[in-house]
Design a protein around this ligand. Structure first.
Ligand code: C2E
Ligand code: CA
Ligand code: CA
Length: 556
């Protein structure tokens, strides 16, 4: 095509291009003179995509024609704004057809350079070819978590600050159940289109697990993210319409600032995920910003999680189990114990589980740790059985462990390896597990009970508590949370409530363990309520294995 660009302007363009080419090694580079719509592109891009040549007139449409039809709208919106002088930055991801006719995911970033009078002169930028690799989600065309992690790795290595936001739809399974999977897929597709419109030029969108999307943005501040999140809620939760239907979508979200570079991307992601879980649990759809709290040792949470992840990778180095006795309320003798996790590191000291478990639970490395806890506890407690054949070892299981399809198999395998009898094991499941589909949960419960393993509902009465769960899940033990025990000695209604809870549990065939018992008076009331077992500082705090053995595992 004939072009009117002057030799002088072409020389400037080439100089700018050469500079860009040096600065952005590994990327395709483009420089466009906006007045003449004349551009120069990297030869590698020409070799890969069906473009007429290194120098082009009308690159906006030539390139746009190669873009996947479903991605063209957002591309055009962004690029038209650039050419119209309305927008200054371009930052997005779309699929582009290569010379073999396959679509590859490209990340395209650009900026406008102005002259002395503020008129836009050049549009310059880079294109990263992410290839047709495993990092693309076929339903949405977004990069999946593999893609996210490779971008996070890039930021980590270059120490580039960014903000990251996770947006998800809670209870999406009900959409599938009510309207069918095809409709569900259409909804996801529509949601992604909306997100792409909302975040046009703000960064890259990824698809996370399930119906969760992640925005990685180098341009939006936390305040801007919050405003954008409100827009997401409005457009997706309130206004989205499909074929005349209004699917009721509950949005949850979390955000995190990436500004520490001593922390690996996986640890950052776990923190983002943790904040997202809180947003889901609160159920009001509010954006939860991860607070990187600093403790007395002046350690921030994200750094701690990073170090703990490393410990897990090194054969769970630094983790220890403490044991707290569980007593028979009637006889006052030991009937079992609860294994409680601690983490020790010379730099951080003995770190209590509440500081790290809620976050690390959301990390894939937790499965390894969870299995380590299970096996170690069984190995430790096996010798107790010699003199106490009815001894019951309680091990805490977190929601994410339970969610895994292989969970029951993991328990079975570890019973086999350790030779620990199933009937002496009780798995404690917190009420959070109720986020799991109740049918799945009760199937897992039945499978465990068929193996002979007992299971307990932990922290009963907190969170989403309802006695309905006792009816749905045939659990062996109900552990009543400390807050129901705290005031029984001074408030008669609390003592009556505890007694009533015990009766309800008994109706459903479960025994009760009262937690957090600190005084003899409380202990006496609990015994009178007919409660089966008690646990608390009144008897003992959690202690190391050796201490437990010395004090409680006596020769009979
Ligand atoms: P939890 O399962 O409810 O464990 C009982 C917690 O209450 C323990 O705290 C225990 O030390 C504390 N406690 C027991 N009796 C009393 C008492 O009389 N007064 C007071 N104030 N506290 C008492 P810990 O060991 O700090 O554990 C906290 C939580 O961390 C546990 O709550 C559990 O949710 C989690 N956790 C601990 N170990 C593990 C584990 O191995 N796996 C998993 N998934 N979670 C664990
Ligand atoms: Ca517990
Ligand atoms: Ca508990």
């Amino acid at each position: 095509m004939e072009c009117a660009i002057t030799p002088e302007r072409k020389r400037y363009l080439d100089e700018l291009f050469d500079a860009m080419q040096i600065a952005a090694e590994g990327y395709y580079v483009y420089v466009c003179d906006l007045a003449y719509d004349y551009s120069r592109w990297s030869l590698e891009a020409i070799a890969h995509f069906d473009l007429p040549g290194e120098y082009m007139v009308g690159c906006k449409d030539l390139w746009g024609n190669l873009i996947f039809p479903g991605d063209q709208d957002v591309y055009l919106k962004s690029i038209d704004d650039i050419f119209a002088g309305v927008a200054k930055h371009h930052d997005m991801q779309y699929r582009v057809r290569n010379r073999d006719g396959q679509y590859v995911v490209c990340t395209c970033r650009g900026t406008v350079i102005h002259d002395e009078s503020g008129n836009p002169v050049y549009f310059v930028g880079t294109i990263q070819n992410n290839g047709i690799n495993i990092s693309m989600d076929s339903l949405t065309g977004l990069q999946n978590l593999y893609g996210l992690f490779s971008h996070l790795d890039g930021l980590y290595q270059k120490r580039t600050k960014a903000n990251i936001m996770m947006i998800g739809i809670r209870h999406f399974s009900t959409v599938n159940e009510m309207w069918g999977y095809d409709f569900g897929n259409m909804v996801i597709h529509k949601v992604v289109q909306e997100l792409k419109q909302i975040f046009v030029n703000d960064g890259i969108l990824f698809r996370g697990d399930g119906v969760r999307f992640i925005l990685l943005s180098r341009s939006l501040s936390m305040e801007q993210l919050c405003l954008k999140y409100e827009e997401v809620c409005r457009r997706i939760s309130a206004e989205l319409e499909m074929d005349g239907y209004h699917p009721d979508l509950d949005i949850s979200g979390s955000a995190l600032e990436i500004s520490t570079f001593d922390v690996k991307p996986q640890a950052m992601y776990s923190c983002l995920n943790y904040a997202y879980t809180i947003s889901c649990e609160q159920g009001n759809g509010q954006l939860q910003i991860f607070r990187n709290e600093v403790d007395q040792n002046r350690t921030d949470l994200m750094t701690l999680i990073n170090v703990i992840r490393r410990s897990i990778e090194h054969d769970c180095e630094g983790f220890v189990l403490y044991y707290q006795p569980i007593m028979n309320a009637e006889t006052g003798t030991v009937s079992g114990c609860e294994a409680l996790l601690r983490w020790y590191n010379p730099e951080y000291g003995l770190v209590p589980p509440n500081r790290f478990i809620p976050v690390i639970e959301n990390d894939p490395s937790f499965f390894r740790l969870g299995e380590w806890i299970l096996r170690k506890a069984m190995e430790d407690a096996k010798p107790f059985l010699k003199n106490h054949p009815d001894f019951e070892l309680n091990v805490n299981i977190s929601y994410n462990q339970l969610k895994r399809a292989s969970f029951v198999e993991t328990v079975r395998r570890n019973l086999e390896i350790t030779g620990y009898p199933a009937k002496n094991l009780c798995l404690e499941i917190t009420e959070r597990c109720r986020l799991l589909d109740i049918r799945r949960l009760s199937l897992i419960g039945t499978q465990l009970q068929e193996m002979g393993v007992h299971f307990a509902i932990d922290d009963f009465g907190t969170g989403y508590s309802s006695v309905g769960i006792l009816k749905q899940l045939k659990c062996d033990v109900v552990k009543i949370d400390k807050m129901f025990v705290d005031h029984i000695a001074c408030r008669d209604e609390d003592a009556r409530l505890l007694k009533a809870l015990n009766e309800v549990a008994m109706i459903h065939g479960s025994t009760v363990c009262a937690e957090g018992v600190e005084t003899q008076e409380q202990c006496e009331i609990i015994r009178k309520c007919g409660i089966h077992t008690v646990q608390g500082y009144y008897f003992s705090k959690p202690v190391p294995l050796e201490t437990f053995q010395e004090k409680y595992v006596t020769e009979k």
